[in-house]
Design a protein around this ligand. Structure first.
Ligand code: FAD
Length: 369
């Protein structure tokens, strides 16, 4: 395994479960670092998606795969939480939800939504979707659980600098040369440094996250997780209550063909432009006061379709890539981990729900923005 973010850990955990013990997880930074995409206390999980394949896949993830992780962890990792979806762009969700009628998503008026979900005002959302499958993922606890399971296999402070496929796959690393029979690359925004052909389609995009203290209770379970869908996909915001930290998390969902440097140093405070963007959103959409009390930085790896790449290299089935999680990959980790593990061992998966949509996750190196 190359990379120990959530996808690398999930894949390695699935490999272990399938009996693969001759396994190393190489991570360039110390475990628990905050420079990739997988740090922080919480993430949203939901069924509401603008493409029905994700709505379908989430049924497997919520129904079977997260519960299996929770049973193994001996603790809840998903915390049930109301979830709302609003804004002028929610039509794209309504259509795909219609294709999967078993999902429990309710549609209510803005008037009812204002009563049920203060301090939201819904000024430009005559209809609001309430997704009853939403939860807050205890992201850092999930990372710790997987790290603990893999403690004998993780080698951190080990950067892979070169991959040379021969009879064995040769890796040049900062901790010396290594060889392996199979390699799964889950290097997040650094992936195209190792697989340069993916540079056009894998676009890292920094994300600035603000924490706002509000008058209402902002505890997990009380305050909704929410997505505001603007007219255009890149005019979207989201937020959620956070474990053990004051304030509601709020950010713009920055998609599209950026090309940010994943090694950029992260500042201490929310950059002025991002703060103004989030404050303007709060003023339009929430009643009462909201005070900025904290900041986090994170990074997405966007693809042009926002579909993940879960495939082997076209010319070498021994090397599998999991990348392009486009800001929505955490909730899928139990599924994507199993997919990548099975692709590495067998070349196909035991998940018919995934196999049905496999073409959408194929290795795709061209840019299509
Ligand atoms: C602000 C923010 C909010 C998000 N909210 C949600 C949400 O609510 N719900 C949701 O489902 N998803 C969410 N996501 C997306 C989700 O967190 C990501 O899709 C997921 O974390 C991607 O994980 P990864 O393992 O692919 O990448 P990463 O976490 O970036 O891991 C890649 C790892 O590979 C290592 N690596 C890279 N190159 C090398 C090398 N050469 N040698 C060794 N190691 C290397 C890196 O150091 C890193 O640890 C959010 C993301 C962000 C940034």
């Amino acid at each position: 395994m190359l990379g120990a973010g959530i996808n690398g850990l999930a894949t390695a955990y699935s490999l272990l479960k399938q009996g693969v013990t001759n396994l190393a997880v190489l991570e360039q930074f110390p475990m628990g670092h905050g420079q990739g995409s997988s740090h922080g206390r919480s993430r949203i999980t939901r069924s509401t998606y603008s493409t029905s394949k994700y709505v379908e896949l989430m049924q497997v993830v919520h129904g079977r795969l997260w519960p299996a992780w929770e049973a193994a962890a001996g603790q809840p990792l998903l915390h049930k939480n109301p979830g709302i979806f609003f804004g002028p762009g929610i039509g794209r969700y309504q259509e795909s939800l219609r294709d999967v009628p078993e999902v429990t998503v309710e549609e209510i008026t803005d008037e009812e939504a204002r009563l049920r979900f203060p301090p939201f005002l819904f000024p430009d959302s005559p209809r609001v979707l309430v997704d009853h499958t939403c939860a807050v993922v205890a992201a850092d606890r999930t990372m710790r659980f997987l790290t603990e399971q893999l403690r004998d296999h993780i080698m951190d402070n080990c950067q892979v600098q070169l991959i040379d496929p021969g009879p064995q796959i040769f890796l040049d690393t900062t901790r010396g040369p290594m060889e392996c029979e199979r390699l799964v690359i889950t290097a997040g925004p650094w992936t195209s440094r190792l697989v340069p052909r993916l540079k056009a389609n894998l676009r890292p995009a920094h994300q600035d996250v603000g924490y706002f203290e509000i008058e209402a209770s902002a505890q997990v379970g009380d305050f909704p997780v929410w997505v505001y869908a603007g007219e255009q996909a890149d005019d979207s915001f989201y937020g959620l209550p956070e474990f053990e930290r004051p304030g509601v998390k709020l950010a713009r969902h920055r998609t599209g063909p950026h090309g940010d440097d994943p090694d950029r140093p992260i500042g201490e405070v929310l950059p002025e432009e991002a703060a103004a963007d989030l404050q303007a959103f709060v003023q339009r959409q929430w009643s009462g006061t909201a005070r900025l009390v904290g900041y986090d930085a994170c990074i997405y790896t966007n693809t042009c379709t926002e579909d993940f790449i879960l495939d082997h290299l076209p010319e070498d089935p021994r090397i599998v890539v999991g990348a392009g999680f486009s800001g929505h990959g955490f909730k899928f980790a139990p599924l994507t981990g199993q997919v990548l593990a099975e692709l590495a061992i067998f070349g196909r998966t035991s998940l018919p729900e995934f196999e049905r949509h496999r073409a959408a996750f194929a290795f795709y190196s061209a840019a299509c923005w």
